[in-house]
Design a protein around this ligand. Structure first.
Ligand SMILES: CC(C)(COP(=O)(O)OP(=O)(O)OC[C@H]1O[C@@H](n2cnc3c(N)ncnc32)[C@H](O)[C@@H]1OP(=O)(O)O)[C@@H](O)C(=O)NCCC(=O)NCCS
Length: 188
């Protein structure tokens, strides 16, 4: 199996809406994704799986907005059939590497307090809990934790990201996944 990490393309809009639905319950519309593709302040990566019949399927998505010197992570999702294998961590590493090379100094996001999988993943990458927004989410109503990761520009963090990416790619290879990266302006 082959997975390519690449920016979202217009021809993937229908697939991205399906993935958005299964990962987030449908938070962004087609128009919203079109605006993301066009926006110079949005960094939006996808994981595209190619099977043995060369059929492509979108299985992961991650996005941040560059606001002043901050990366606001707006999306991170892996298709439920592909979770628990390291793809979410790899995608987050790629987003943070994108933020570093932008260059941005800090990353932040909100996450449901019950979302233990996502919180554990972010904490693994050095995110810390900085606060809580009461009843931030609807359906079901729930508080959000505000997470921050500072010092993206430090060489130690660049090294940590590189090691995590290499470890994940090697581990994914043992599970039969070949990871590729492609795309204009996507040079890490
Ligand atoms: C959060 C999400 C992206 C993780 O993707 P994933 O591919 O399953 O995660 P990975 O396999 O890469 O796991 C990486 C790390 O995340 C944490 N993690 C992942 N799943 C976990 C779980 N079920 N319970 C606890 N920790 C978990 C672990 O720290 C794991 O590291 P480890 O393998 O060394 O234990 C995925 O669960 C998802 O798409 N969830 C729905 C959308 C969502 O909630 N996004 C976040 C919104 S802020």
């Amino acid at each position: 199996m082959q997975v390519t990490i690449q920016p979202l393309k217009n021809q993937q809009l229908e697939q991205v809406l399906s993935l958005d639905q299964v990962c987030f319950g449908g938070i962004w519309t087609k128009g919203a994704y079109e605006r993301e593709i066009a926006s110079p302040n949005s960094f939006l990566l996808t994981l595209v799986q190619e099977n043995s019949e060369s059929k492509q399927q979108l299985i992961g998505i991650g996005c941040f907005w560059a606001i002043v010197e901050e990366a606001h992570i707006t999306l991170l999702g892996i298709h439920p059939d592909y979770r628990g294998q390291g793809l979410g961590e790899l995608l987050l590493c790629c987003l943070l590497e994108g933020a570093r090379t932008w260059p941005l100094e800090r990353a932040t996001l909100e996450v449901r307090v019950s979302n233990t999988a996502a919180i554990a993943l972010y904490q693994k990458l050095g995110f810390e809990i900085a606060g809580r927004r009461k009843d931030y989410y609807p359906m079901p109503p729930e508080d959000a934790l505000i997470l921050w990761r500072s010092r993206l520009d430090e060489p130690e963090f660049a090294e940590q990201l590189k090691k995590l990416q290499e470890k994940r790619c090697a581990d994914l290879l043992t599970k039969g996944w070949h990871i590729l990266q492609s795309g204009e302006g996507f040079n890490y």
